[in-house]
Design a protein around this ligand. Structure first.
Ligand SMILES: [Zn+2]
Ligand SMILES: [Zn+2]
Length: 640
């Protein structure tokens, strides 16, 4: 909750700044204030106190406040760099989603030692508590100033600004071209850290000079910074690209092309298990499996509208017998054609088609990221087609199914958005008021009947229908895009979908797109990080590793492995000529749920000494007993 203070003309002194006014009237707020907002504009605390009315205090906990804070720290870093390296040329230094960066053109490489020196200088500048002042000057004067200072990047930026007057921020002898706002003094910056250095082309253009980008982050307290660094370290260890390599699950090799995934045997096995579970649960709930091709005539994409509103994301065209084809970015039109392959009656409905359909969409190479942003991926797609009378129940079931599925993969914490039409602009949406009414009601009722907390977001719906978006919170408290339940009034009308009602007349059905996992690739990437690579037993590619103590037990080790396999479990035996300790260590690094150590004693008594990945040494167990326990664990997916 942000603080809004009332400014009245009574308590205004002449030439007063916001900071001066706060000092006098609300000293307790001043400490927390990073900037202020009045009449929708973000202001420096050093700005003149605005006219009477509401003055919102922007704090660090406010996203924009955090940006002001980080951005002020980026200026501080640039000030330190120029004081250490007077010849360094400054490019830009914005706040980003996590922290800030600044790009420098310098002959000297920023080594870790150099970063420490920069940090020390920054601390010194914080200690001097320099005022940060906004200065406005004619653009021509600023250009001249930066020319004299031999700062060509700033000159280039200035030459592109259309305004006659520009703003700069000064702290001590350092001045930077900037729109602001900023913290009022360098002493307001609490704890910060310079995180890394990377190369970056000026303006992202590989024909322009390569600059050095220093990343950093700042927080009001050391405790907050420490917590951030702890989570960052943990996240780096869990990075799905790193774990994908270490556990030999998948790769996204350069030679193959950007954003295209190779599933290695172990990753493919996990994927198979996820998909089998997915199919089985769909069949249980009255869905019908379908398969559809990867390409279709351009004509189909014209009818569906994709070639007008989605063209930039589509690959192709390719030509077959003089006819243009496109690679599919979505499965929906294919499912519509299956629906339309015969005349449907209300008695046939609801129809629920589902498919693990691989699609291809263009993404810029700059945004590709491991499995999370790719160019080819498999959607877990479903389309529910039904009558208005059925839709309430269908949406409820779909939501129930969604929550069941997320639970199965260990996600228990969600954020739910209900995206609906804006108040006044109904003309830009497809579908009738009636359809929107029914759709919104069914989505709301489903959420409420299940007691799911949600945020209603007016104006956030896409033009063809309202939707529920579910975001997942993972084990490191990060938020991932999750399932969607999306109405579509566009395709039903573009394809002229119909059914014969009880009244004998033709009606347009309602259609809902529904994805539980989103894309298998992104879901897998998220899942690997969520579990830190330690898949629960039902998903682990290898569930048990048999480790003989000496080669006398090799035969018994292989017998154990075969027994496990016969029982439908996934096991390996490590018969290498290596020490038992090393074998156990490696199995642990592979995050295998169970290690079964076998020596003479185990062989004689047909037992195994069980070491669990979680929980350590469990002692000797009869082989049959171990098998039954693991089978039960797999059947319950670890949720018994
Ligand atoms: Zn700035
Ligand atoms: Zn669809």
């Amino acid at each position: 909750m942000s603080i809004v203070l009332e400014v009245s003309d009574r308590d205004r002194a002449p030439n007063q700044t916001i900071e001066g006014w706060l000092t006098r009237t609300h000293p307790e707020v001043l400490e927390r204030a990073v900037a202020a907002r009045a009449a929708g504009r973000l202001l420096d605390l050093t700005a003149p106190l605005p006219a009477a009315g509401g003055l919102e205090i922007v704090e660090f906990s406010d996203e924009q406040g955090r940006e002001v804070y980080d951005h002020s720290t980026s200026h501080l870093m640039a000030q330190a760099v120029t004081s250490l390296l007077p010849n360094a040329k400054l490019a830009i230094g914005p706040a980003i989603a996590e922290g800030f960066y600044y790009d420098f053109d310098s002959v000297e490489t920023f080594t870790p030692e150099r970063l420490e020196e920069i940090e020390a200088t920054m601390r010194e500048l914080i200690g001097r508590d320099l005022p940060i002042e906004r200065v406005e000057m004619p653009r021509a004067q600023a250009i001249e100033m930066y020319r004299d200072a031999n700062q060509p990047y700033k000159v280039e930026l200035l030459e592109e600004i259309p305004d006659g007057t520009v703003s700069l921020y000064r702290q001590g002898d350092f001045v930077d071209l900037c729109r602001g706002p900023h913290l009022p003094r360098t002493g307001r910056i609490g704890a910060f850290k310079l995180l890394s250095v990377a190369g970056a082309y000026w303006r992202g253009d590989e024909k322009r000079p390569m600059l050095q980008r220093i990343y950093g982050i700042a927080f009001p307290t050391q405790g907050q910074l420490d917590e951030f660094l702890r989570l960052r370290e943990q996240a780096a260890l869990r990075d799905h690209r790193r774990l994908g390599r270490e556990l030999d699950l998948y790769s996204v090799p350069e030679e193959l092309g950007g954003g295209l995934v190779l599933w290695h045997p172990k990753g493919a096995l996990v994927r198979y298990l996820i998909e089998e579970f997915w199919r089985r649960e769909h069949l249980k709930r009255g869905y019908q499996l379908v398969f559809t091709p990867h390409i279709a005539r351009a004509r189909l994409w014209e009818i569906s509208g994709h070639l007008s509103f989605y063209k930039d994301s589509m690959y192709g065209p390719l030509t077959i017998e003089d006819e243009e084809y496109r690679i599919k970015p979505m499965n929906c039109p294919f499912h519509v054609l299956i629906y339309k392959s015969r005349l449907r009656s209300y008695r046939d409905l609801p129809i629920r088609y589902c498919e693990l359909g691989t699609v291809y969409r263009y993404e810029r190479s700059g945004v590709l990221h491991g499995l999370l942003r790719v160019r080819g991926f498999t959607q877990d797609d479903a389309h529910i087609i039904c009558t208005p009378e059925q839709i309430g129940e269908e949406v409820k079931q779909a939501l129930e199914f969604t929550l069941f599925m997320m639970n199965a993969f260990g996600y228990q914490d969600f954020e739910v958005d209900l995206s609906v039409r804006g108040e006044a602009d109904h003309a830009k949406y497809m579908g009738t008021d009636d359809e929107w009414g029914i759709a919104e009601r069914s989505l709301t009722e489903a959420l409420e009947s299940r007691g799911v907390a949600y945020k209603r977001a007016p104006g956030e719906a896409v033009f063809y229908g309202p939707k529920i978006d579910i975001k997942l919170r993972d084990s490191m408290r990060r938020v991932w895009q999750g399932p969607t339940i999306q109405f579509d009034f566009n395709l039903t009308s573009r394809f002229n979908m119909e059914y014969v009602g009880a009244d004998g007349a033709r009606h347009t059905p309602l259609m809902v797109h529904r994805a539980l996992l989103g894309s298998i690739e992104r879901f897998m990437g998220g899942l690997v990080e969520h579990y830190g690579g330690a898949f629960p037993t039902w998903l682990a590619p290898v569930q048990a590793m048999v480790v003989p103590i000496t080669d006398r037990q090799h035969d018994y080790a292989q017998q154990v492995k075969r027994r496990l396999e016969e029982e439908g479990l996934r096991a390996e035996a490590d018969l290498r000529n290596e020490s038992m300790r090393l074998k156990i260590r490696e199995a642990q690094l592979q995050k295998i749920p169970y290690m079964l150590v076998v020596g003479d004693r185990e062989q004689a008594s047909e037992t195994v000494a069980v070491r669990a990945r979680a929980g350590g040494d469990q002692g000797a167990q009869a082989l049959d007993q171990f098998i039954e326990a693991v089978k039960a664990e797999v059947a319950s997916r670890g949720q018994a």
